[in-house]
Structure formats: structure tokens, C-alpha cells
Write a protein that binds this ligand. Structure first.
Ligand SMILES: [Zn+2]
Length: 165
């Protein structure tokens, strides 16, 4: 499927509503207000919610949880899948989705709409600043991020390439 085809395909609003309902139910269960559906050929293959509060795993956002559940079912690429999410993904989940490479992401609310109702972030970022952090040079990011030295630090990469090409 081309990017344009994915962009033009009609959105299933019933699935958008299901994502919102699932997120609301997760709040009732003590969780954060985010859910994800993995959809193939219009059918929901699996659903997941943000599990950060329930598990203490800081990376257990709904999208990441869905990708992990998919892997447990033997789904190791999201080509051919659509990912329905409550809110336009945070940079962590967006990064994960670039790796997982679904055909497209369908979101119920923009991050601006989310930000009007919900405070997200930590000591280095907020919902409003997180995306801009990524475009800053390494030394200017709020999260200190510096390079150390090791002898032949690129050796693991050469080893992998030698073994796999
Ligand atoms: Zn996220």
C-alpha cells in the first residue's frame, strides 16, 4: 500500500469510538487514558491500554503494549496493519511505530486537544516541549546526553554486519 493510499483510505469511526471507550475504561481501572487497537483488513486483531500505572513499567504506553502483545502472537511487523490510538502518539511511541511500520496510524485526538485536558510529562519534558526536544542538538537537550570513549566502540556493529550480510 502506498502512503497516499493509506492516507486516503476511509477511517472506521466505530473503531475510533472503541479506542476512546477502551481508554475511558482503563481510567476506571486505575490506568491512564490511552488505548490502542491493532487492525488488519478492518478487523481488530488485538487491543491494548496504557499499563504504566498498573505495572510500574514507564514505557508501557498503549502503543508499546500493543506492539509487545503482537510480538507474543508472532506478529513481528505491522505491515498490512492499521494502528488506532486515543491520542496522536508521543515521541517514544511514534519512534516505536516507525520501527514497527504499520500502514498508518489513526488517532482520535491531536496532542493539542489532549494537552487542553491532560497534563503529561516529567522532569525533562512536557507534552508541549517533547517533540521539540528531538530536533535539538544532543548537547542542548534537557536530558543530559554525552558521549564516552571506548576502544573500538563500533566493533559490535561490524561484527553484526559481518555475521548477517
Ligand atoms: Zn506514548
Amino acid at each position: 500500500m502506498t502512503v497516499q493510499d493509506a492516507q486516503d483510505r476511509p477511517v472506521d469511526d466505530a473503531l475510533v469510538a472503541r479506542t476512546v471507550d477502551l481508554a475511558a475504561r482503563n481510567v476506571d481501572e486505575g490506568g491512564k487514558p490511552f488505548a490502542t487497537l491493532l487492525v488488519k483488513d478492518g478487523e481488530v486483531v488485538l487491543e491494548a491500554t496504557n499499563q504504566v500505572s498498573q505495572t510500574g513499567d514507564m514505557t508501557a504506553h498503549a502503543e508499546i503494549t500493543a506492539i509487545r502483545r503482537a510480538a507474543e502472537q508472532g506478529i513481528t511487523s505491522l505491515e498490512g496493519y492499521e494502528v488506532y490510538v486515543t491520542a496522536s502518539p508521543c515521541p517514544m511511541c511514534l519512534g516505536a511505530l516507525y520501527y514497527a511500520a504499520p500502514d498508518r496510524v489513526v488517532f482520535a485526538v491531536t496532542r493539542e486537544e489532549e494537552g487542553e485536558e491532560y497534563e503529561d510529562g516529567g522532569r525533562y519534558m512536557t507534552l508541549a516541549t517533547f517533540y521539540d526536544e528531538l530536533s535539538k542538538p544532543t548537547g542542548e537537550r534537557n536530558l543530559p546526553h554525552v558521549q564516552g570513549e571506548a576502544d573500538d566502540a563500533t566493533e559490535p556493529f561490524r561484527r553484526w554486519t559481518a555475521k548477517n550480510t
